[in-house]
Design a protein around this ligand. Structure first.
Ligand SMILES: O=C1O[C@H]([C@@H](O)CO)C(O)=C1O
Length: 578
């Protein structure tokens, strides 16, 4: 009897425990897997971010657009209404790997048809890792008209970062042209070639300052007192430490960013924790994000300059200036000092040194595979194709197909793009990367690299001289759908039998965007383990427009049923017919 009672009691105790576990689990799920719903209207508006009035693309009236703030594991739903009236649209979620949702990557021509004017398209994806990410238009050269913003993903409740700070802030750095993207794109695709030139301004979180008093400037278009172009100001309290998330979505410019008189400790890069190191100037390339810690430890009776300067190009663009404001000084009070001049534009050494210094935080090392299954060397060159100026990889300049690859591959419409694969190497023995190529002509193709699923792939980005004497540019390459390990950097020509011996197998950082420095090489390794079709391209918007990109396919047979909302262009129209 006693025993029976005991059994009954233990039975109800187990039931209670199960019930409590379920309750706890469901409560946890509802906290962790939240759905964040956004409704965005994208339209053209006149804006004066640097005091000069220009047609800009805004999201809900803003450029940069609203910052998406989420927690790891959340599902983001963004319903994008295209109110551009006469222009297509697509938005890419930069740094989000889109595991299981390759159709939500937002890359026009690769993962979806464009969103036509008047239509609403719903992007739905999971932000599976904490960190700082970006979003921007991925159609033609639309990004630089202002359609860009940031994504901030926090850690799950109770999980702490490996560093501490008092406040979390974010800024987006962009460059700004007064010419429309259409004029620019037309010039790039014309004979004779018309280059976009240097941007008129650098914007710190959408604010810059063009000199309206230049005599050739129409005073009705440029108004130095317009409140839209009051400088960006970040207010701090003396003694506090700030985590500043910095993203760059410049169209062209490589930047150096600094806060006068303050050191910055780099702690995160592209969503991965960095073994902390201190810089005075942070070099940041288009498509990269960094988080830095800044302690407000200087004389609090004044303000300081936040300054950003173009490097790697002999640019005419004035430095972008903002104010690092010590409370309670007025946030717009100019600092009493001359803004810092920034580093020399043509000194590659400190830029290479920063690239090499970025290593994985010691407690978050994710070791790379020790060997790779395939090595693709990608020679980056500026070329001519039928007289037009283009950029190429291994002498092939990329063209977008009319039917997006994801749809074409999933539905076996292989006739919609060229089937001869692009080359895995270049004429390594004979090509002189330090001189203008004797024959600069290239070909165009829309063929792609097909990667064996679950294999390890090495990419060597090899820089070279452009078509101008003694000139090699910095190219930030961005990979969609993955993070890669940064295995190494070098100057000159990559040597396949020597350089891999010096790869970093100990603590390589993982990133999604990486520079290849002038006349140098950069080696990356990634696992082809995310079923889908993914772009890999130079993040300089005009360079991608001029063909500087490739596309990878992996595991297409594992991709689930494609939503019909991505279809409607090219041969994908057939799937919409009843
Ligand atoms: O693609 C480019 O073209 C110009 C220049 O090389 C030709 O005028 C430039 O600086 C680029 O990056």
């Amino acid at each position: 009897m006693v025993e029976h009672n005991f059994h009954q009691q233990s039975h109800s105790f187990v039931k209670l425990v199960i019930f409590l576990c379920l309750l706890f689990l469901s409560a946890n799920i509802s906290v962790e897997a939240r759905i964040r719903h956004y409704e965005w209207e994208v339209k053209y508006e006149y804006k004066s971010p640097d005091c000069f009035k220009k047609l800009s693309i805004s999201i809900n009236g803003k450029t940069p657009g609203p910052t998406i703030v989420a927690q790891q594991g959340d599902t983001i739903v963004v319903e994008v209404k295209n109110s551009l009236l006469t222009e297509n649209l697509a938005i890419h979620w930069h740094g989000i790997r889109q595991i299981g949702t390759p159709w939500a990557d937002g890359t026009e021509g690769v993962t979806q048809c464009p969103i036509v004017p008047g239509d609403t398209f719903a992007y739905k994806f999971v932000v599976d890792r904490a960190g700082t990410y970006l979003y921007h238009a991925h159609y033609g050269m639309q990004r630089q008209a202002g359609l860009q913003g940031m994504i901030r993903v926090s850690l799950p409740d109770g999980v702490l970062e490996p560093f501490s700070y008092d406040h979390d802030k974010s800024i987006l750095l962009t460059d700004w042209y007064h010419k429309s993207t259409y004029e620019q794109a037309t010039g790039l695709a014309s004979l004779p070639f018309s280059w976009v030139g240097e941007p008129q301004s650098i914007l710190i979180h959408g604010r810059g300052r063009f000199n309206c008093s230049i005599p050739s400037i129409d005073p009705t278009l440029c108004n130095a007192t317009n409140p839209q172009c009051t400088p960006y100001s970040m207010t701090v309290v003396s003694g506090k430490t700030y985590m500043l998330r910095i993203g760059s979505l410049t169209a062209l410019s490589a930047l150096s960013f600094e806060i006068e008189g303050h050191n910055m400790t780099v702690v995160e890069a592209d969503g991965h924790y960095v073994e902390p190191f201190v810089v005075k100037n942070l070099f940041i390339y288009s498509g990269e994000t960094y988080s830095v810690l800044i302690k407000a430890d200087q004389d609090p009776t004044r303000n300081y300059w936040a300054s950003t300067k173009v490097v790697s190009r002999n640019s005419t663009t004035p430095n972008g200036l903002g104010i690092f404001n010590y409370y309670p000084n007025h946030p717009r009070r100019y600092p009493p000092t001359v803004p810092p001049p920034g580093p020399r534009w043509d000194d590659v050494t400190p830029r290479m040194a920063q690239s090499v210094a970025i290593k994985s935080h010691k407690d978050f090392i994710h070791a790379p595979p020790l060997t790779s299954d395939r090595v693709i060397v990608m020679l980056n060159t500026q070329n001519r194709v039928n007289g037009y100026v283009r950029w190429s990889v291994n002498n092939v300049s990329f063209n977008m197909p009319h039917t997006p690859y994801l749809i074409a591959l999933k539905h076996n419409l292989l006739h919609t793009f060229e089937q001869t694969p692009p080359p895995d190497n270049y004429d390594h023995k004979n090509y002189d990367i330090f001189n203008i190529a004797p024959n600069v002509n290239a070909t165009t193709s829309n063929s792609i690299y097909r990667l064996k699923f679950n294999t390890t792939v090495d990419i060597i980005l090899q820089n070279a001289n452009t078509m101008n004497l003694n000139n090699s540019e910095t190219h930030p390459w961005h990979l969609h759908g993955h993070d890669f390990w940064v295995m190494g950097y070098g100057n000159g020509k990559f040597n396949q039998s020597i350089d891999p011996k010096n790869y970093n197998f100990v603590n390589p950082i993982m990133k999604n965007t990486i520079p290849v420095h002038p006349y140098g090489w950069t080696a990356l390794r990634f696992r082809a383990d995310n079923p889908g079709v993914w772009a890999f391209h130079c993040h300089i918007e005009s360079h991608f427009f001029m063909g500087m990109g490739v596309v990878f396919e992996e595991g297409i047979e594992k991709v689930g049923k494609l939503p019909t909302s991505i279809m409607g262009c090219g041969e994908s129209k057939r799937f919409l017919r009843p």
